[in-house]
Design a protein around this ligand. Structure first.
Ligand code: THU
Length: 146
């Protein structure tokens, strides 16, 4: 089974809830005049810090940046490159998974990552980056050859 119903790993329920609250709060700040589909993302660092991101759309559509990638960008800019969990919030019945581009960007910084997908009404789905992007290309594939 690729999707799990319960929290897993070393992260406590209280920490998951902290991550959820951060993702729910940042979703309110999403800039979504074109899709009307706000997304919130919260990354947890090994030190227990939380870094958030929301989607920022653009009139070109193509220049839109997803919540997950904005969270990664904010984290790297504040000197954080290691993550132990991600929470993504969307307001749909079956909470959305990160898009393909975001999966690849998450893979740049994470070997694997527990991912909690939620909606603001209490629905939760758990998965992992390994499940969402198996057999992925990694910078390690060529860096290790030198
Ligand atoms: N979006 C995200 O923020 N994260 C994803 O993983 C999927 C899609 C955003 C992009 C766009 O602003 C809106 O959702 C609709 O695609």
């Amino acid at each position: 089974m690729s999707e799990q119903d319960e929290p897993f790993g070393a992260i406590s329920e209280e920490t998951w809830q902290r991550l959820e609250q951060a993702a729910i709060a940042v979703r309110e700040r999403a800039y979504v005049p074109y899709s009307g589909f706000p997304v919130g993302a919260a990354l947890l660092t090994p030190e227990g810090e939380i870094v958030v991101g929301c989607n920022v759309e653009n009139a070109t559509i193509g220049a839109t940046v997803c919540a997950e990638r904005n969270a990664i960008g904010a984290a790297v800019a504040s000197d954080k490159r290691e993550f132990v969990a991600l929470c993504v919030v969307t307001d749909v019945e079956e909470p959305s998974a990160p898009c393909g581009i975001c999966r690849q960007v998450l893979a740049e910084f994470c070997d694997d990552l527990p991912i909690l997908m939620i909606n603001p009404h209490g629905q939760r789905r758990f998965t992992t980056l390994d499940t969402l992007l198996p057999m992925r290309f990694s910078g390690r594939d060529f860096l290790e050859k030198e």
